[in-house]
Design a protein around this ligand. Structure first.
Ligand code: MIC
Ligand code: SF4
Length: 643
């Protein structure tokens, strides 16, 4: 039987286990990326491991999230990150150089390699034929230290693309279509491998839009083959020597198969407040919008911004909305300036923002009360834009541009010609002057730590029994934005766990931190897909700091489940989902014989609800590696034990 590209790349990197779905495997990591909002913790943890230099081929530290600098905190973080990168052998991409995923795709992606990043949209580089996986900062720190990445071998879903995009459909519609079909939890435990005749009609940045937003399916990652379009892209980036063909065998097998005929797609939008609330644009055309934002790591390439610029050429954004544009990288910014696109955007009334995440993570551009904001981004969770009173609609940049003109969700039948063609550049503007290379080994570098940078707290060994109150019962699809909100007020506290822990669940339940402290910690009860979305390990560390001992849910999102284990918090699922209804906030629960249950392999244990006088079964099925990590109290103590 032939191999798909996931099997090929994993085979080359496998250091432990068998490549079969569900098996525990470990793979070597070639490259890592971090960004500033997760990077300070990752580097503090790396420093705590006392390993002098990173052992990867390439590690890059980006600054792109915490850019507002309304206080000293962010600037202090940037200075720490720059100095520590220099010292430990990582590249440092300076603030202003762009969003980590866009810059990494442009300047570091390498087909056939494995990239691990402390950001859930790391799969962007799957557009260039890499296996690129998002994980918590501590997993990245371990990879920088030369450690392998452990995961449950995912199912490989083959996505066969046929035909080619037509009219106003865009790469964004491919991933919105998958979200429509599979939902935000449809990709958990899976890797999406695109193949088929439609692949060659998409260039690398279009592919990267699709792999980027595969994160919203909950997928481990998504990947495209590395073919002649990949070679063209790398050559245009002056990095042709890194090209390597990476194609599935003719008779490659997949664990599941999905077929998308690109020519049959139509423009789609995801309505508030979930990326899978997908409907055909035509069903909601005419809906009034008060803001349009083009940008984010999903859709801020040269192609995307030039299409928008050409659609707006000679016209003004609608007077009743605010229109913001964020170039994904300095390279994109320079290129649109060079080719005249920037001039058109400025003339259209666009508010041009710096190359960074910006509005995507609630750093400015909060929409007005009761309004709808149309964005080319990837997430529209309630409150993420900075206001719970506004809704975000996700769409392609082309649809955003028409929306900016009309002030409503557009009716594309009024534009029969389709969007203007933008050819991929034959040569990008190449200038790595904003990427600072590391200091030579042995060179003296002082690491600068501002007062906002506090050490990462470490948990105790996992006890054999846990007793505590149910601090909160949540519904399905709770996001890490719900658990640990971001935005301009909270994001600057990412390097300060004691302070940021005051904001745990602040959008859902502002009393949570006080309650957790009052009861000296406790247990959370979750629904399905608990912890979806961002990779922020703060959604585990800060609740741990408040005393959280266990989360019992119907199911977990992959990265958050790993983050809980990495910080010594027990993730268990209800053996029978109907037991969920029998637990209420304030109930006193007791879990006993945890160690024996974890050792037994099936992880089954009984929970006593002392308040209700009932018992129910939960399962904490951990791999051998996860069991050792959690028993040690988390990955940092575990790594130290091993050293
Ligand atoms: C996000 O899009 O939610 C973020 C902000 O990029 C996060 C990382 C973080 O919380 O710092 C992610 O996607 O992992
Ligand atoms: Fe930044 Fe938004 Fe991308 Fe996260 S999803 S990396 S906040 S642009």
């Amino acid at each position: 039987m032939g191999k798909n590209i996931v099997q090929k790349i994993f085979n080359e990197h496998l250091v432990q286990g068998k490549l079969a779905p569900g098996e525990e495997i470990a793979v070597t990591v070639d490259q890592t990326l971090t960004q500033d909002a997760t990077g300070t913790m990752a580097y503090l943890q790396f420093e705590a491991m006392a390993i002098p230099r990173v052992k990867t081929k390439v590690s890059v530290s980006y600054v792109d999230h915490n850019m507002l600098q309304t206080g000293f905190e962010n600037a202090d973080d940037h200075r720490y990150l720059q100095s520590v990168a220099l010292k430990v052998g990582a590249f440092f991409s300076r603030p202003g150089n762009g969003i980590c995923h866009q810059v990494h795709l442009e300047r570091f992606s390498a087909p056939g390699q494995i990239l691990l990043g402390s950001d859930s949209h790391t799969p962007t580089c799957g557009g260039a034929g890499m296996i690129a996986i998002g994980a918590g900062g501590l997993d990245i720190a371990v990879a920088m230290a030369g450690g392998a990445f452990h995961l449950k071998c995912p199912n490989v879903v083959g996505v066969r693309l046929e035909g080619r995009l037509t009219g106003w459909t865009s790469a964004k519609d491919v991933i919105l279509e998958l979200l429509r079909r599979l939902t935000v939890k449809g990709g958990v435990g899976k890797i999406f491998a695109y193949h088929g005749p439609g692949v060659k009609s998409l260039d690398v940045t279009q592919r990267a839009t699709i792999t980027n937003m595969g994160a919203e399916l909950g997928a481990t990652t998504s990947i495209f083959p590395s073919d002649e379009r990949t070679r063209d892209f790398l050559e245009a980036q002056g990095r042709g020597q890194l090209w390597r063909e990476m194609l599935p065998d003719e008779d490659a097998a997949y664990d599941e198969l999905v077929v998308i005929d690109l020519s049959k797609l139509e423009p789609l939008v995801a309505m508030p407040h979930s990326p899978d609330a997908v409907v055909p644009l035509k069903d909601v055309a005419g809906t009034k919008i008060q803001q349009v934002c083009v940008g984010s790591c999903t859709n801020s390439s040269y192609h995307d911004l030039m299409v928008v610029a050409q659609i707006l050429k000679g016209k003004k954004a609608h007077p009743e909305l605010s229109f913001a544009v964020t170039p994904g990288s300095r390279q994109v910014f320079e290129m649109i300036a060079d080719s005249g696109g920037l001039k058109e955007l400025i003339a259209s009334g666009a508010r041009i923002l710096e190359s960074a995440c910006g509005p995507c993570i609630g750093m400015g551009q909060v929409p007005p009360t009761g309004s709808l904001s149309l964005r080319s981004f990837n997430r529209n969770f309630k409150g993420r834009c900075g206001s719970k009173e506004a809704g975000v609609i996700l769409a392609s940049p082309e649809i955003c541009a028409l929306g900016a003109l009309e002030g409503v969700l557009p009716d594309v039948s009024r534009y029969p010609g389709g969007p203007p063609e933008v050819a991929p550049p034959r040569r990008f503007i190449i200038d790595d002057g904003m990427i600072i290379p590391p200091a030579a080994p042995g060179e003296e570098v002082e690491v600068v730590r501002g007062p906002n940078i506090k050490p990462c707290p470490v948990n105790q060994n996992l006890p054999d029994s846990i007793e505590g109150k149910v601090l909160l019962v949540t519904g399905d699809n709770i996001t890490t934005d719900d658990i640990m909100p971001a935005g301009s007020k909270v994001l600057p506290l990412r390097s300060n766990i004691p302070k940021i822990s005051e904001h745990v669940f602040s959008n859902l339940d502002p009393e949570f931190p006080a309650r957790a402290r009052q009861h000296k910690g406790g247990i959370i009860i979750g629904g399905n897909n608990y912890g979806q979305g961002s990779s922020r390990e703060h959604a585990a560390i800060a609740p741990m700091y408040l005393g959280l001992k266990a989360v019992i849910s119907k199911s977990f999102a992959r990265i958050h489940r790993s983050n809980l284990i990495n910080f010594g918090i027990l993730p268990a699922v209800f053996a029978s989902e109907s037991d969920y209804a029998g637990v209420a906030q304030g109930d006193e629960l007791a879990l006993e014989g945890i160690h024996a249950a974890l050792q037994s392999g099936d992880g089954a244990m009984t929970v006593t609800n002392k308040s209700k006088g009932t018992k129910f079964k939960v399962v904490a099925k951990l791999s051998d590696y996860e069991r050792e990590v959690i028993l040690a109290g988390g990955l940092l103590p575990f790594t130290k034990l091993k050293a």
